[in-house]
Design a protein around this ligand. Structure first.
Ligand SMILES: NC(=O)c1ccc[n+]([C@@H]2O[C@H](COP(=O)([O-])OP(=O)(O)OC[C@H]3O[C@@H](n4cnc5c(N)ncnc54)[C@H](O)[C@@H]3O)[C@@H](O)[C@H]2O)c1
Ligand SMILES: [Zn+2]
Ligand SMILES: [Zn+2]
Length: 382
């Protein structure tokens, strides 16, 4: 067995000891515990995590909004260093810094081959297993623990599909690189790949967490104007202004909020992004549109939520509604591209980070997200 430093790994029966945050069952706090991580199999690599963001999709899991689950290591927004290659793996290379792709598209179906990996139906990631349908994580008693979205980044190390470990240029702080794994790619790609607004398009973003603020950054890159940012937490509005929003609105009564957006966009937005996952704000996004406008839904609701719209209005004013998994991102292309844009000073990802924390503090970060405090807390591994 090889490690990055060439030192013997801390092994037990071919497995490494790791520390990870486990969701035993929804509604309970995560338990930070020592687990065993098997060596990578064919087509897999072991990655030593450097940093992991805490995303609202982790919180949806904790709240049980996406159903029940067996014990699972959460976290899906991470970066690390490749420290062991499974049989047959030629890329990435040992020692490379990688950002993890939580969708793990198959790479071989017609959608993947057509350059639309975000609609791949052969991924096993959404079942929280590796592409071969199994997990490399287990407890000392042998019982399996699943890797959330196949990457399990609330852990000191993780075994992932080699194709999920995407190399990025050197020079990014790990906490910045980690956010490229989910919120940044989802938000920026939802603008640059899904919406593709022509320069000068009036746009609005509902919800200014890591995802919504990344949409704001994407809109700034695309030259949208004005860029209206809506949240109920004042501090988020200040961050939005600092990274490219031109107008901010404190979310209040639904009618008043829609009216304020329509005023700020001289009659309605051409693109309205929803980055929360609430029926009420999906409705507000639809009602904020001008004729010919597009609502881009990025926030994820609990299972079973149905949203509605005025069907006559949709046809009469030629509106469109688009759902975007991973923002239509293509990790292999977008991760290194967004890393470069950060290094060029054109994508201020660091402005999204309010705290660097240890793995033990993960429940505090989830609580802060429940209260709407701060943007991204990032776990940094020693
Ligand atoms: N489409 C995808 O592939 C994808 C990827 C990542 C995350 N997501 C989803 O995107 C959503 C946002 O994730 P995040 O990590 O940025 O979450 P977050 O909790 O950090 O941000 C949500 C923001 O919405 C604001 N908000 C809540 N209720 C509001 C209301 N009624 N009006 C206005 N603002 C309100 C909060 O104050 C907060 O700033 C989640 O549902 C998450 O699951 C989707
Ligand atoms: Zn996420
Ligand atoms: Zn596929």
């Amino acid at each position: 067995m090889r490690t990055e430093a060439g030192e013997p790994a801390n092994t037990s029966g071919g497995s490494n000891s790791i520390t990870a945050a486990v969701l035993e069952r929804p509604g309970e706090p995560l338990r930070v515990e020592d687990l065993l991580l098997d060596a990578p199999g064919p087509g897999e690599v072991r990655v030593r995590l450097l940093a992991s963001g805490v995303c609202h999709s982790d919180l949806h899991m904790v709240e049980g909004e996406w159903g029940d689950t067996p014990p699972i290591v959460l976290g899906h927004e991470g970066c690390g260093v490749v420290e062991e290659l499974g049989p047959g793996v030629t890329a990435p290379r040992l020692g490379q810094v990688v950002v993890l792709d939580w969708f793990a598209s198959c790479g071989a179906c017609s959608d993947c081959l057509a350059g639309r990996p975000w609609v791949c139906r052969r991924t096993r990631s959404t079942e929280n297993v590796l592409p071969d349908g199994t997990t490399r994580i287990h407890r000392p008693d042998g019982s399996p623990v699943l890797p959330y979205l196949s990457v399990a980044t609330f852990a000191t190390a993780s075994v992932v599909s080699a194709t999920s470990a995407v190399p990025i240029p050197e020079g990014l702080p790990p906490e910045v690189a980690s956010l490229i794994g989910c919120s940044v790619t989802t938000g920026v790609s939802s603008v640059l790949r899904a919406a593709t607004p022509p320069p000068g398009s009036p746009a609005v973003v509902f919800g200014l967490g890591g995802v919504g603020l990344s949409i704001v950054m994407g809109l700034a890159l695309a030259g949208a104007a004005p860029i209206v940012a809506v949240d109920r937490v004042l501090a988020k509005l200040d961050v939005a202004l600092a990274i490219g929003a031109t107008t901010t609105i404190v979310a209040g009564d639904a009618d008043a909020t829609v009216e304020a957006v329509r005023d700020a966009t001289s009659g309605g937005a051409l693109f309205a992004f929803e980055a929360i996952g609430l029926e009420a704000t999906i409705d507000q996004a639809m009602r904020s549109l001008r004729a010919g406008g597009t609502a881009v839904l990025v926030g994820m609701t609990p299972f079973g939520v149905r949203a509605s719209f005025d069907a006559f209005d949709l046809v009469d004013r030629s509106l469109a509604v688009v759902g975007t998994n991973y923002g239509y991102g293509v990790p292999r292309e977008d991760f290194p591209r967004y890393a470069d844009l950060y290094l060029q000073g054109r994508l201020p990802i660091d402005r999204l980070i309010d705290d660097r924390i240890g793995l033990q503090e993960v429940n505090g970060a989830l609580d802060a997200m429940r209260r709407g405090e701060g943007v991204r807390r990032v776990i940094v591994y020693p």
